[in-house]
Design a protein. Structure first.
Length: 678
């Protein structure tokens, strides 16, 4: 009876014709199922990210019907390559059906990987042979069966032109089927060398291949770097006039001596005069007001021009060349917005949003108003021309030697635009780095990272307690976000002076610097942080008083109370210890004082002991009071005696066991960065 209760019709008993059978696709005969592959971002819609030599750990659920033995390999290759590289996958634990493999991409650009799995007849036979032999059964026929399997592998070796391997396999096949004592033949059948060669020439006619997943491989600067933000106009000899690029270049040796890798410049383009803002964002600008660099465009040009007050394009090129001689890369701001005086306002008014009276809308973030800035309309009727113009601007600066861009407010532009722009840029130069300055909702920040941004601003500035820090950095390093979102931890920005810094004095600046430089492989400070500038425009505001966004700021770079020595030491320590050059190994450890936070990072690769290559940072989160307590050191035997060496001042402490005492006086120190000697 059928499920419906009716008798089957006579038609259903008619055999399928050969033609009908031929219509059944080959993949239906593939017995192995491969699913739940990790990492795979949004089902493979977006790539994961790595730098050359950075491991990709792949896991998948792999199983089949019955009890046959499964074999699986992980395949990877550069997207432009033709030959797959294969590495074996192993079962994580019996009965789990969870398999693991690993590979390391080596070439900047697109990479792809996939899993191939099959029911392995030889391994299934080998397992059965071993069980029967141990049980004392006669395995004569089993050995003959194995001989046939080995001969089939020899034929596959011939097809791949591996003549030597074919001869070797045929010799082993003869041994399995000859008349020598059974025990010797069984021993030969179970030989690991035979198993390895058989794996090389395994029968994969009905193998299952997963969908191909992608890896975007960036250059190392994408993973690691110390950034320093400066306004070139503040480095002139005359505080009443803008400094030039040449004058700013004289300050580059100072930045290099502090150990930074990247010098980041806010927009250096001509600044509009219409609705120019005065000091502290005043609506009326006086005769000498320099305006906001983000109000881009004037009669002197737009996004491809250099503000005449700063100099010329050649002056910028000289600035960049000097920076490179000092070991610094120049990062430039991409701000897709215009002042009312930008040439595009006259040439392409359709690229902007208009009010009912025909006037162009200026930027607003209520209650803030930016009358000096017109946002671009990314979905106007002529959006294609606009997008191509913005791509051309980006390429102009790349041709001028800029390969790092900090992108202003990308979350206020069409998301598909960024996918397109970054992909187009990477077609010509896969080494270009894009930093997303998006302080917005988590899903939007994460999407921008998925869409192609190399690095991302984070909520680090607003995470100050131990609970906040451990929870947030657990999210950044131990969830799927770690596969595509690379944090860049800015301790401050021209827009953000957190209350912790305003109220905590010099110790607060030390604490946040220690955290930024050791929690993140990439971090940054805005000029003046090393001087502990902490004056807000008013209580309750995160805006700097006399903000450099609207005026020239002159500084005494040697004024008392600075922390330049700590900045330089930390940057040196970051260069010397590979553990601090990666994010994914970050682990937090117990302390018995909630004001003390402790965490470690470990260098990639195998270690002979838990302390080898380990860096432990311990920080006092209280900028006002002495704090002390005990911290837990991972992997240490209770009676082990070892040295904890502080990389900041080279002091050495003898520690014993897993719990050890630390004490912090804000007037003396706020943290340790320890390496260990057994």
């Amino acid at each position: 009876m059928t499920r419906s209760g009716r008798k089957p019709s006579a038609v259903s008993a008619v055999p399928l014709s050969a033609h009908a059978a031929a219509q059944l696709p080959d993949h239906l005969a593939r017995r192995v199922i491969v699913e739940h592959i990790e990492p795979a971002i949004t089902g493979g819609r977006f790539p994961i990210k790595r730098t050359p030599g950075e491991a990709v750990d792949v896991a998948a659920t792999i199983f089949a019907d019955g009890h046959d033995v499964i074999a699986a390999v992980l395949r990877d290759r550069p997207a432009a390559g033709e030959v797959w590289r294969e590495s074996p996958m192993t079962l994580v634990a019996p009965g789990t059906d969870r398999w693991h493999g690993c590979f390391e991409p080596s070439i900047v650009g697109w990479h792809e990987y996939a899993i191939v799995a099959w029911v392995d007849r030889f391994l299934t036979w080998r397992r059965g042979l071993n069980l029967k032999a141990v049980d004392g059964q006669d395995v004569t026929l089993e050995l003959l069966e194995g001989s046939l399997l080995v001969r089939e592998a020899a034929e596959r070796a011939v097809v791949t032109k591996a003549a030597g391997a074919a001869e070797w396999l045929l010799a082993h096949a003869d041994v399995l089927s000859d008349a020598t004592p059974m025990a010797g033949r069984v021993h030969k059948a179970l030989d690991e060398e035979l198993a390895n060669v058989m794996m090389t020439f395994a029968g994969r006619e009905r193998a299952t291949e997963s969908a191909r997943l992608r890896v975007w491989v960036d250059r190392d600067r994408a993973r690691l770097g110390a950034w320093y933000e400066m306004f070139p106009r503040s480095f002139g000899a005359d505080p009443t006039h803008s400094g030039t690029m040449a004058e700013a270049a004289a300050h580059l040796s100072y930045i290099a001596d502090l150990g930074f890798d990247v010098v980041y410049l806010p927009p250096i383009h001509p600044i509009g005069r219409s609705f120019r803002k005065g000091p502290n964002n005043a609506l009326r600008a006086g005769p000498g007001a320099v305006g906001s660099p983000w109000a881009i465009g004037s009669d002197a040009g737009g996004h491809t021009a250099v503000d005449p007050a700063l100099g010329t394009v050649d002056d910028f090129l000289a600035f960049r060349q000097k920076a490179e001689r000092l070991g610094l890369e120049v990062a430039l701001d991409l701000a897709w917005q215009c002042s009312p005086d930008h040439p595009w306002v006259r040439e392409h008014p359709e690229w902007f949003r208009h009010r009912p009276d025909g006037t162009i809308k200026y930027a607003e973030n209520p209650p803030k108003r930016y009358q000096d800035i017109y946002p671009l309309d990314f979905e106007n009727d002529d959006w294609r021309t606009l997008w191509l113009a913005l791509l051309e601007v980006t390429r102009v600066w790349i041709d001028r030697g800029v390969r790092i861009f900090r992108v202003d407010n990308p979350h206020t532009k069409t998301l598909r635009f960024w996918e397109w722009l970054i992909d187009e840029v990477h077609r010509r130069d896969p080494g270009v780095v894009f930093l997303s300055e998006a302080f917005t909702r988590p899903a939007l920040m994460q999407y921008l990272a998925k869409a192609g941004f190399t690095q991302s601003y984070t909520y680090f500035t607003w995470r100050n307690t131990k609970e906040e820090l451990t929870a947030y950095f657990g999210e950044l390093t131990e969830t799927a976000a770690a596969e595509y979102l690379r944090p860049n931890l800015f301790a401050n920005t021209p827009d953000i002076l957190h209350a912790y810094l305003q109220n905590g004095g010099r110790p607060a600046f030390q604490t946040r610097l220690l955290l930024a430089a050791t929690l993140g492989a990439s971090y940054g400070i805005y000029s003046g942080y090393e001087l502990c500038e902490n004056r807000a425009v008013r209580p309750g505001s995160e805006e700097y008083a006399d903000s450099e966004k609207y005026q020239i700021v002159k500084r005494d770079w040697n004024r008392p109370g600075h922390i330049k020595e700590l900045v330089a030491r930390l940057n040196r320590v970051r260069r010397e210890h590979r553990a601090l050059q990666f994010d994914r190994s970050l682990r937090f450890h117990a302390t018995d004082n909630p004001q003390i936070i402790a965490y470690t990072k470990s260098a990639p690769g195998p270690a002979n002991h838990p302390l080898d290559g380990l860096v432990m940072t311990i920080v006092n989160l209280d900028p006002h009071h002495m704090q002390h307590g005990h911290v837990s050191v991972p992997g240490v035997e209770p009676d082990a005696i070892y040295n904890a060496c502080d990389a900041l001042d080279e002091a050495t402490y003898t520690w014993r066991g897993g719990w050890n005492y630390v004490r912090f006086d804000p007037e003396i120190r706020q943290g340790h960065v320890f390496t260990f000697r057994r």
